[in-house]
Design a protein around this ligand. Sequence first.
Ligand SMILES: C[S@@+](CC[C@H](N)C(=O)[O-])C[C@H]1O[C@@H](n2cnc3c(N)ncnc32)[C@H](O)[C@@H]1O
Length: 208
Amino acid sequence: MNIDLIFNYFTSLTNVQRQHFLALEMLYQDWNKKINVVSRKDIDELYLRHVLHSLGIAKIQQFNEGSKILDVGTGGGFPGIPLAILFPDTHFMLVDAIGKKIKVVQEVIDGTKLKNVTAVHSRVEDIEGQFDFIVSRAVAAMPTFVHWTKGKIKKVSSHERKNGILYLKGGDLSEELKDYRTVQVFELSEYFKEEFFETKKVVYLPLK
Ligand SMILES: C[S@@+](CC[C@H](N)C(=O)[O-])C[C@H]1O[C@@H](n2cnc3c(N)ncnc32)[C@H](O)[C@@H]1O
């Protein structure tokens, strides 16, 4: 596995952040044997396909100290765990409807001793509270996702960019996004040169 990918694209990490990123390899290798949260093929490319991909959101949006981020349908912790390592002063709530996935996320939180992450076993529709941004990857088409997360984004922004959804998506999104006039699509190939990112994007949908 190639941790250098992370260190080369994020050059100002502290020692603690580097240790956290390094720890992910063992934790996911171990836990994935017990509870499958990452496909067998992908686990060998954890740093590329999961960690660096998750961090693509940070190339578009940096999170302020004290802000609150919700990761919907986090599965094994993506994109929430890598982002929580990168932004230790921001609070992340990671939610998934499947308990055994949240079990793995909790083990990763305990194993890294991350203090700024809460893992919650719930459908997102049942989550209370409001967040600055909602992040996600591979959970639902945008209309369904917007419906599920309605009312969960704070109206007042503490970032220059308006609060909203930051969603990792791939491929042709013209049909899926055609009804959203304010949506912005950022190509991750502009930030990461690996072939994996050729079709990968961050979709930003500001709160109405
Ligand atoms: C394909 S997985 C993606 C996992 C992770 N985001 C990733 O990219 O590796 C989709 C996840 O969304 C979760 N999910 C689907 N609908 C949900 C809902 N309404 N509330 C919470 N989690 C949900 C599923 O349980 C599943 O773990």
